[in-house]
Design a protein. Structure first.
Length: 438
């Protein structure tokens, strides 16, 4: 009965989290779709700009992910003042960290020049990044409030807020592209405004909802705390490094695909896009698992924390198994949603067979990473990431690519995620068997 209850709660928390992730991915999809219908230079500019922007902020996103387990622990202990202090401290950190990122984006032109782009695309990329820089602060503030609320099990309001941002983004894109004719810069301004909307909406929810009244009453006497800053840096830095290592592996594989021709690159993009969409399911479960494990970690109920971690992993694996079966059973229909080019379809279908396998490993590794995050264990998962992605994954991708080309590169991804899944499973088992005394 206890297991069934915990599984039900996990699903109720995970479903909105999945939709929130899909909505945030949807904003990027909308930008690409509308840019492609505007002009090829607009599409090229935002594509290059996005590949600069997101790797630049991924470390900071990882840093802010440490907020969820800290909020869950304080919530379990009913430490309302600490929750208020955590909120104020993290908002202050977001403001401080946004400054160097904004400055970097404003003065990135010399780096863009090294890419030796067409002058129009160079200018478009530079304008896009400058316009997008105005959204960095509201994005960071939104992430703080999002992860804080997720740590308190408030995934449904986040879902509603992120979904409501999609039509705003579409309207602003259209206005800036076709009314003011701002090109790539217009898409950057639209995204910045959408980020601002997300921040304002979630701030109003956090400050006004009766669910958080116990925290709101403590905000006046709460102040930022150095001890919390140190804790966030200690927990968040390994998360940020781990995410950067993982993203870098996928980015590196994407760059290596270019040597095999346009059709291979296109096929890779199709297969990877679909796999990324499917990945939102275990990612949502991971978010729910972090908050639930963190809550019972705060209560000192290590047995229940362990049960939830394994439940979340089983749920992710089951759903990813269904996704994998779909990729193996109807790959033509899946790829057909993206393209009708025969050469691209052939490559994408081949890669989907490998994606079906790494779906299972990806579901396991991301959920267990979330469970370990809930236990405030982040250093060892970071080291596991280094071993899995760069000691095993990337060298094997290079080796297999010599014989199997594009499929060989994906075999490297499969190896990396497989090693990560095994090592993270062992890590979670070890520390839960030791009553979490680590």
């Amino acid at each position: 009965m206890q297991t069934q209850k915990q599984l039900t709660i996990l699903i109720k928390l995970a479903f909105p989290a999945v939709l929130s992730q899909l909505a945030q991915m949807g904003m990027g999809f909308i930008d690409v779709f509308m840019a492609s219908h505007h002009h090829k230079q607009t599409l090229a500019s935002i594509s290059i700009g996005s590949n600069i922007f997101f790797p630049l902020i991924i470390f900071f996103m990882g840093l802010f992910l440490s907020i969820s387990p800290l909020a869950a622990e304080a919530n379990a202990k009913k430490q309302n003042l600490i929750l208020a202090q955590l909120l104020k401290t993290c908002l202050w950190i977001a403001v401080v960290l946004s400054v160097p990122v904004i400055m970097t984006l404003h003065y990135f032109d010399p780096i863009i020049a090294l890419l030796k782009l067409d002058p129009a695309i160079h200018q478009g990329t530079n304008d896009y990044l400058k316009a997008l820089s105005w959204g960095v602060l509201p994005l960071f503030l939104f992430l703080v409030l999002r992860f804080f609320n997720e740590g308190l099990f408030q995934t449904r309001p986040i879902m509603l807020i992120t979904l409501s941002a999609l039509p705003i983004n579409i309207i602003l894109n259209y206005v800036f592209l076709y009314h003011y004719h701002l090109g790539a810069a217009g898409l950057g301004y639209a995204t910045s405004i959408a980020y601002s909307y997300l921040f304002v909406a979630i701030a109003l929810y956090t400050l006004k909802t009766t669910t958080h009244s116990h925290i709101q009453h403590e905000l006046k006497r709460a102040s930022y705390q150095r001890i919390l800053i140190k804790k966030i840096i200690r927990l968040g830095t390994p998360i940020g490094i781990g995410l950067t290592l993982e993203i870098s592996l996928f980015a590196g594989i994407g760059l290596l695909m270019a040597q095999f021709g346009t059709e291979v690159v296109a096929g890779h993009q199709v297969a990877m896009n679909y796999a990324s969409m499917a990945f939102m399911i275990p990612l949502g479960i991971s978010i729910a698992t972090t908050s639930r494990v963190g809550f019972y970690f705060g209560l000192g109920d290590f047995k229940t924390a362990a049960r939830i971690g394994w439940l979340g992993t089983a749920l992710s694996t089951s759903l990813m198994a269904i996704s994998a079966l779909m990729m193996l059973a109807i790959p033509e229909k899946i790829v057909g949603l993206y393209t009708q080019d025969s050469a691209t379809m052939e490559i994408a279908i081949q890669l989907l067979s490998l994606a079906a396998l790494f779906q299972l490993f990806d579901g396991i590794q991301v959920t267990l990473t979330g469970a370990l995050r809930g236990l405030q264990d982040t250093k060892i998962p970071m080291l596991i990431g280094i071993v899995a992605y760069w000691v095993f994954g990337f060298p094997l991708a290079l080796y297999f690519s010599q014989k199997f080309m594009a499929k060989g590169l994906w075999m490297g991804i499969l190896a990396a995620l497989g090693v990560a899944a095994v090592l993270l499973s062992f890590r979670f088992y070890r520390i839960t068997q030791r009553n979490l005394q680590f």
